[in-house]
Ligand binder design. Structure first.
Ligand SMILES: Nc1ncnc2c1ncn2[C@@H]1O[C@H](COP(=O)(O)OP(=O)(O)O)[C@@H](O)[C@H]1O
Ligand SMILES: [Mg+2]
Length: 290
């Protein structure tokens, strides 16, 4: 059995949702992902961390079929993700947000969510053009659900405002609402707290927990270590496209190679007093030093 599955809650048998096996992706001479393997179970908030350029976003791009890997597989509830077309990814239950926000900037918040919802509809894009009675009813249902999702992420009062007029934090939450509109089983968030202030980050943390409690498994790329360590039940650390560590947050943040990756060479060998106890502390040290 897969090791990371065995290490979870010993009392219950967790259900595997995503099994990634030896994924590799190269850009010219650069090995962006190298033999990356891990698994995510239903109910996880699974953290993905690593220095800039480690390959985190590339992993999302491979999982969502934007890039084809040279090697490896990603089995998501019986579907081989790497064999699907990008537009089929949402249909099998995987949704994502982007590190660089990708909203329709001049379209209202609610319409941005409705666009996300269209992948689920029978009428689809052609129906949206033909607009017969059935599609009009469907359109009303889509709008109602989109409004619910804006309420869910806490920005319903901005429903009719165009996306680019929203604060950065609200745009990130709008992206989450749009991803949720596809009714995913797995929601992959690429640095959702980037650009958020501390109080927005607290709200985001609660939202991610609510999403998990409502039955959506979460894969989270995040630089805010306090957020990652407090929120995730497992963490994968990438460095130069390779898996540096995988495990519970408490294990990962004590791992000497992980401390070294964040603090620099020699940091883990300086003796217990000099070694920060957590990566979060390590990160603060680093930020203070800059
Ligand atoms: N489309 C691309 N073409 C060429 N190089 C890329 C491309 N996407 C990512 N890279 C490179 O792959 C490496 C990993 O990038 P990325 O996955 O964005 O890292 P992270 O998200 O961990 O910061 C980086 O060196 C980056 O420059
Ligand atoms: Mg990235």
């Amino acid at each position: 059995m897969n090791v990371s599955v065995m290490n979870r809650d010993p009392g219950s048998m967790p259900e595997l949702l995503l099994v990634v096996n030896k994924l590799s992706k190269r850009f010219g001479g650069l090995q962006a992902l190298s033999d990356v393997s891990f698994s995510i179970c239903k109910g996880d908030i699974y953290g993905l961390i690593g220095p800039n350029g480690a390959g985190k976003t590339t992993l999302f791009n491979v999982l969502t079929s934007l890039y084809q890997p040279e090697m490896g597989s990603a089995n998501f509830m019986g579907h081989q993700l790497t064999r699907l077309k990008p537009h089929e990814i949402a249909q099998v239950g995987l949704a994502r947000t982007f590190q660089n926000i990708r909203l329709f900037a001049n379209v209202s918040a609610i319409e941005n969510v409705m666009i996300g919802r269209h992948v689920r509809t029978k009428a689809g894009v052609l129906g949206a053009v033909l607009r017969n009675r059935a599609t009009l009813e469907e359109e009303r249902a889509i709008e109602a659900r989109a409004y619910e999702l804006l309420e869910y992420v806490g920005i319903a009062e901005r429903a009719n405002d165009i996306a680019r007029s929203l604060s950065y934090g609200d745009q990130r939450r709008l992206e989450i609402a749009r991803a949720l509109a596809t009714e995913p089983k797995l929601l992959a968030l690429d640095e959702p707290a980037a650009g958020m202030n501390p109080s927005e980050t607290v709200v985001l943390r609660k939202l991610i927990e609510k999403i998990r409690d409502d039955g959506v498994t979460v894969l989270l790329i995040e630089h805010d270590m306090k957020l990652v360590m407090g929120l995730c039940n497992r963490v994968l650390v990438l460095e130069y496209g390779r898996v540096l560590a995988e495990g519970k947050p408490s294990e990962v943040q004590r791992n000497p190679s992980v401390i070294e990756a964040y603090l620099g060479k020699g940091a883990a060998g300086q003796g217990a007093a000099a070694v920060p106890q957590t990566i979060a502390a390590a990160q603060e040290h680093k930020e203070e030093a800059q």
